[in-house]
Design a protein around this ligand. Structure first.
Ligand code: ATP
Ligand code: MG
Length: 256
C-alpha cells in the first residue's frame, strides 16, 4: 500500500501540490477531486516518480509497502513503474505509437518489463479479456480503434504487468458518458479480481462517487477536505466541496 506524508511538489519556490496525508491500501479506490490547476496531476506525477522530468522538486514521504520512494534513483524508479505501479492517462491514444500495431505495442511492453516470450501471449489474452476487448484488436493500429477501446487497451497494458497500485489521471474525462461507465466497470473489476489499489483522479465528483472508497478534495495546491466517500459526498464540511457537488448530479446522493 501507498502511504503519503507531507508531500510537496514545487517549481522554483512555488508549491503547486501539498498533500499532508494520503493512504492508499490494497483493494481500495481513493478519489482525488478538484478544479483545474488544483494540483491533482502534479500529485500523480510525484507518486509515479516523474516530477523530476517535469522540472519539479518533491519533498516529504511516499512509501510503498514501507519502502521510501522519494530517495530512489531513476533506474530504481523504472523498476517500480510498470511492475509495482502503473499509470493510466487521459488520452491513451496520444501515448501509443501510431505506426505500431497494438499487438506489437503490448508485446514490447511486456518484454521491457521482463515477461518471458512463453508467457506473453497468455498474459495479453487474459488482460484483454478483463477489459472486454477481443484479441482481434491486436492486429489494429491506434487510429483504427475508438477512444473507449484505446482506453481499455491502455488499462490492459497496465494491468497485464499486475501492479499493486494503479494511478489513473482523468481516465474517463475524454470519453462520452456511456463509454465512461464501461471504463469505470473495468477498473472496478481489476480492484475486485486482483486487489489492485486505485488512485482515481477526476474533476468530476459524479464519476468519483461511482468508484471511490475515500475522497480527497484539492484546491489551489492544498487538500481542503478528505475522508470516507460516503461522508465527503453526502455531507461535505467545506464550502468548496459543497460548491463542487452542487455543480454535478451525484449518483446515490438523495436530494432530500
Ligand atoms: N512545468 C510547470 N512549471 C510551473 N508550474 C507548473 C508546471 N506544471 C504545472 N504547473 C502548475 O501546477 C499547478 C497544478 O497543476 P496540475 O496539472 O496538477 O492541476 P490539475 O489539478 O491536474 O488540473 P486539471 O484538472 O486541469 O488537469 C497549476 O497551477 C500549474 O500551473
Ligand atoms: Mg490534471
Amino acid at each position: 500500500m501507498i502511504r503519503v506524508r507531507d508531500l510537496r511538489v514545487s517549481y522554483g519556490g512555488r508549491v503547486v501540490a501539498h498533500v499532508p496525508e494520503l493512504d492508499l491500501p490494497a483493494r481500495t479506490v481513493v478519489g482525488i477531486a478538484g478544479e483545474s490547476g488544483s494540483g491533482k496531476s502534479q500529485t500523480a506525477l510525484a507518486l509515479m516518480g516523474l516530477s523530476e522530468y517535469a522540472g519539479a522538486r518533491v519533498t516529504g514521504s511516499i512509501a510503498l509497502d514501507g519502502e521510501e520512494l522519494t530517495t530512489k534513483s531513476p533506474s530504481e524508479w523504472r523498476r517500480i513503474r510498470g511492475r509495482r505501479m502503473g499509470m493510466i492517462m487521459q488520452s491513451p491514444r496520444a501515448a501509443l505509437n501510431p505506426t505500431m500495431r497494438l499487438g506489437a505495442v503490448f508485446s514490447r511492453t511486456l518484454k521491457l518489463h521482463g515477461v518471458g516470450g512463453g508467457e506473453r501471449a497468455s498474459r495479453m489474452r487474459s488482460a484483454l479479456d478483463e477489459v472486454v476487448l477481443s484479441p482481434d484488436i491486436l492486429q489494429r493500429y491506434p487510429h483504427q480503434v475508438s477512444g473507449g477501446q484505446a482506453q481499455r487497451f491502455a488499462i490492459a497494458l497496465v494491468s497485464a504487468l499486475r501492479p499493486d497500485v494503479i494511478i489513473a489521471d482523468e481516465p474517463t474525462s475524454a470519453l462520452d458518458v456511456t463509454v465512461q461507465a464501461e471504463v469505470i466497470e473495468v477498473l472496478r473489476g481489476l480492484r475486485d479480481k486482483h486487489g489492485t489499489a486505485l488512485l482515481f483522479i477526476s474533476h468530476d465528483l459524479a464519476v468519483i462517487s461511482e468508484l471511490a472508497d475515500s475522497v480527497t478534495v484539492m484546491r489551489q495546491g492544498e487538500v481542503v477536505e478528505s475522508g470516507p466517500a460516503g461522508e465527503v459526498l453526502r455531507a461535505p464540511r467545506e464550502p468548496y466541496t459543497q460548491a463542487l457537488l452542487a455543480a454535478v448530479p451525484v449518483i446515490g446522493r438523495s436530494a432530500s
